[in-house]
Design a protein around this ligand. Sequence first.
Ligand code: UN1
Length: 485
Amino acid sequence: RDLARIEDARAPFAQARWQAGPLLAGDVAGGAMHQVINPARPDDVVGQVTLASGGDVDTALAAARPWGADAANRADVLNRLADLYEENFGEIFAVVAREAGKTPADAVAELREAVDFLRYYAARGKDLSAGPRGIFTCISPWNFPLAIFTGQIAAALAAGNAVLAKPAEATMLTAHVAVRLMHRAGVPRDAIQLLPGHGRDVGAALAADRRVNGVCFTGSTDTAQAINRAMARHMAADAPLIAETGGLNAMIVDSTALPEQAVRDIVASAFQSAGQRCSALRCLYVQHDIAPRFLAMLYGAMDELRLGDPWHHSTDVGPVIDARAQADFAAYIEAARAEGRVLKRLDAPEQGHFIGPAAIRVDGIGDLTREVFGPVLHIATFRAEDLDAVVDAVNASGYGLTFGLHTRIDGRVEQVTSRLRVGNAYVNRNQIGAVVGSQPFGGEGLSGTGPKAGGPHYVPRFARTELPAHEIVPGQVVDKGRVQA
Ligand code: UN1
């Protein structure tokens, strides 16, 4: 019955061509046109986007106004938006499938997470005593074009800020659908403005502008560092960069693990969403004495994966995001093949930007020189006496996002997690799909600045910092937490 409902709701959008562009509280000048093609089907034109010009960035900055409504009103509007997302699931499932290559399972997760963010941050916004910072720039990734896009904006809005949203270049249509629903829910047009465009133009201009009071970013570690440098130019000591970045995520499977469960969780962690999650498993450590049998089971499970058009309900693994990603992974896997390190590789459909999920042998996580953001799993083995050294190697990567451990020895959980520096460690389950509210998500080191998304400390970071009473000096005027000389 649910499938029939999804089919009916999606059907009107199977051939739709979305038109998108800047949504500003002022006149749009507009720049170049950009055509959006389905990454699974080169003949499917999904829509067209008018990119924001430099003039549009200025218009947006000049027009932006923090959301004057009180926190309870803002929360009502964000909750209404959550309802609108749920009511419009047909259009949302269609646009994320055709623009971002999301399978039905991924589309469901995407919508659920977006709705959870809205309701959770709406509630946290009501607990705030401090006022908004002012204008927030939100720069979001293509791999969660609705959930992370919405989560960043919802947190900034819940605290009362004005938002300038710069969606990922690959998923500007989804962003446009979302912002139209934000307007319908009652978010004022000067509190949420959409600036689709190239990061190096629009994103860089927004991050470097001194009228911007904070930046929220999810994406690569390199880009986060560039944003940080751009913000440093105007020395806005109090303008936060809230960044969630890359990961080189490991999982350890010891010889006491339940093999069926571990295999299922590895396949989900490494290959769901075609491996295009910052939380995805990149480097698996299997205890050496179980490795031959265990890995045979894993490769058998990989053979069951169905690659194909994410529009179909039978598809497990969709395409990667674009031709560049596809060529990059193909070259990466080919280099490993030339060295005799490919352990397993699935065939991929010829049409569309597909990469067959692959397993590649490595000695350890130290062999990974970069985050490979696709369906490529690296596999190493370890001996029981080297467990601490494995954890040290994971820490030495400098990243610290997710980690998985499969074991039935209680003491081992403590042994591993007490040394480990990661944001999210999971035991005897998969390591993707953190749940808003109960499993706040974020990394350590090169993986992010914190606070964790979907956790209690996130929304307060978008509000002004309250000064403790002893820092308030008689003779100064205190206005909602900000001290003016
Ligand atoms: C990302 O992939 O950019 O837990 C972060 C998860 C998601 C990851 C989102 N919250 O799988």
